[in-house]
Design a protein around this ligand. Sequence first.
Ligand code: GLN
Length: 282
Amino acid sequence: MNHLLSYIKKTLESHFPPAELKSLTKIICCDLLEISELDFYVRKDIHLSENKQKELETILHRLINHEPIQYIVGHTPFCGHSFEVNQHVLIPRPETEELVELIAKENPKAKLIFDMGTGSGCIAISLSKKLPDCEVRACDISAEALKVARRNNKRLGASVCFEKQNILKYKFPANLEEMLNLDVIVSNPPYITESEKAGMDPNVLEWEPATALFVPDDDPLLFYSCIAELGFFLLSSEGKLYFEVNQAYGKEVCEMLNDMGYSRVRLIKDMFNNKRFVKACI
Ligand code: GLN
């Protein structure tokens, strides 16, 4: 094991800061190479089989290539569940868990919720698990993302109904009556402007799906305004909108919603004290 640990360290140390290297080493050994935690912690000297050695080389190569560890492992925790993730979906972030908690806490009696731009399905599926009497629907533009979301839905025993939709050209479904009277619309849409790319890490830029991340510099609120317009058709008279927002544009999103006629518009901070969520009522 000592050999193994020093080999991993030697290979990765010029690419990752020490704290990250430590947690990556544990994931590589325990989650990917299936070494027991006990053997890992007592630093038992384990010799890998030829296959495991090859697997290790592939993992190290992928990490050096900036691939996020979550894609290599193939799943990531979110709201107490393990979600399958791959390059077609954004890796669920801890901030987004707070959005789910907030919605579940404020809407315990919700009957119908719609998640727009669902990606891995993390928001919709977690809400469906927390609110078992609520019907949760979700859409995404990406057929590949929907495959992942549907697999997560099945594996986690949730009952979300998914559809392929472009939020910007939303087509009202034939069964429109079923979609009216929504209690909640939630969305964590693309919100990073092209000009913010320069400050981003390569593991996000080179690996996470660009369609899930970016909006044009000249129209950063593109998705929010579209969803808010749809809200007037789809939300019930007591309905609410919940958005995750780019902290640089929280105020603008609030102003836009106020101008459109939404009421009780609030900007809410996340655990890192960033203005991260917007809530508005019809
Ligand atoms: N709803 C998903 C999430 O919160 C995907 C968001 C996105 O692709 N913009 O992770």
